[in-house]
Design a protein around this ligand. Sequence first.
Ligand SMILES: Nc1ncnc2c1ncn2[C@@H]1O[C@H](COP(=O)(O)OP(=O)(O)O)[C@@H](O)[C@H]1O
Ligand SMILES: [Mg+2]
Length: 358
Amino acid sequence: MGMFKNMLNSGESLFRNEVALDFNFVPKLLPYREKQQHYIANCIKPLFQERNGKNLLIHGSPGIGKTAAIKWIFRDLEEETDEIIAIYINCWQRNTTYKILVEICSQLGYKFTQNKKSDELLRIITNMLNKKQGVVFAFDEIDKAEDYDFLYSILEEIYKKTILLITNYKIWLNDLDERIRSRMTPEMLEFQQYNKNETEGILKKRAGYALVPDVFEEDAFRLIADKTFQLKDIRSGLYMMKEAAQAAEDASSKKIKMEHANAALQKLNDFSIQNSDSLDDDIKPILDIIKEKAEIKIGDLYKLYAKKGGNMPYRTFARRIKKLENSKFVILDKVIGGSEGNTTIIKYNNATKKLTDF
Ligand SMILES: Nc1ncnc2c1ncn2[C@@H]1O[C@H](COP(=O)(O)OP(=O)(O)O)[C@@H](O)[C@H]1O
Ligand SMILES: [Mg+2]
């Protein structure tokens, strides 16, 4: 017996507020994003003066604080006034006009959405919102929406508004219906990747919220910060810090040491490898071709796939590629108006490989 003898008792946990390492935790301060936050706030400002707001397309690679910045501003806005309504929608989770309208109703506290069609829902929404001084809409991951009728409707029906669209791909705008684009006339705001100092600063602050003070040994923290900078995605750092703290706690260590940071790194590797193991059998051979070619046009990939005996119809195939993108196995790059017209170039996402050769 004595199995629990060496375990830290609960008063000795290394975590002080574990949720502060969650991906959707919005910290009190968002360092290095002050400029972008001011820019966004300025687009909303006219609503306070009962004028129409400005629209904005926010773009930049994954894991660099786009969503966090929006949520931060929305929290501030909600504390400031009840007259300007903030509506945040993630278009990956709600990817059609109908689902988006139902979600807006729900955020407005309107419950009787069952058996109502899109145009009825729209009427209810416009009635409620046009009584207010203004509305700020944020459509996050806008490129994941399957149709954009809701955008058109909002542009036409809501009087005073700011529409924020957030995407990892600036080029997405080129695909947008001219009818909508000419009404949106969005300004553009780029989020740049964090440099090494910034990455470190962010992780240090998050560790400060989440863990007991000074629990990281210097080299262990450095390993995690360097790896995060290499992957350019703050999420990977939050994940590793949590795993390292957990590993230290499991070993009843009062400090997070190199071995615990290494275990966390390993876990991040296993995580991505496991992911590709869990892919459906019909996707794996497609991913193998992409990996071998490093980058390939979608049409060429389909031909190769068919030549190897693949028999998915093209539309299904294209959807599968989208799925690979969503789970970050590949990166899609749209090329507009090349020699063969518009096409999509698929690139193997090397982040997975980099994880193993660190
Ligand atoms: N400047 C920052 N300060 C603190 N945390 C940050 C900062 N930038 C990003 N994060 C955190 O990194 C994670 C990923 O950021 P997120 O906003 O979701 O990325 P994006 O929307 O750009 O993909 C979130 O947990 C977020 O809170
Ligand atoms: Mg985001």
